[in-house]
Design a protein around this ligand. Sequence first.
Ligand code: IMP
Length: 187
Amino acid sequence: MQKTTLYGKMVAEEVEILVDELSIRRRVKELADEISRDYEDLKPLIVAVLRGSFVFVADLIRELEVDAKVDFITLENYEAGCNARGQTRVMADSTSHLSGEHVIVVEDIVDSGLTLHYLYKDFLAREPKSIEIVALLSKASSRRADVRVKYVGFEIPDRFVFGYGLDLQGKYRGLPFVACLKDDREA
Ligand code: IMP
């Protein structure tokens, strides 16, 4: 099936776009400019939280004007695509050497904040020089853990979103925008 046909059909009938492609592109550039200013001469270590942040981090690092190292950690904390919250599990972690680094955690979305709270504590114990968090999306109204996100792309309502790296039941990560299902309010 052609990607455009599938997405066109979804957009027309079922999907509400919350953040469009152009807004994402502009905001990613703004975030990158801010980070570049803050980390001038520091060579930060960017740690992208997989899987959902892979599109965001790819766009972000290409807009950065500082030389950054990039690493990845894979966490699993949702049943595929539904709203039920499980425990956070580390599936893969290649970030053993954080000591002395200026770490920037790149997350797709902060919802309850529990995932980042867990990760922040874990990373802090590895004695980096500094840790900051950048998240493309934030659902401030559903926060349950106190977590300080220095760089936020967009505040969004408490809806289940997908696209731009985020999946809905394993699908639609390649959508260039962030969307939700029109009828998800009862889900
Ligand atoms: P938190 O621990 O509740 O803040 O959840 C953070 C993680 O849950 C994110 O990294 C996502 O993987 C996932 N998540 C939260 N909300 C959504 C959503 O609306 N769509 C897709 N994934 C989400």
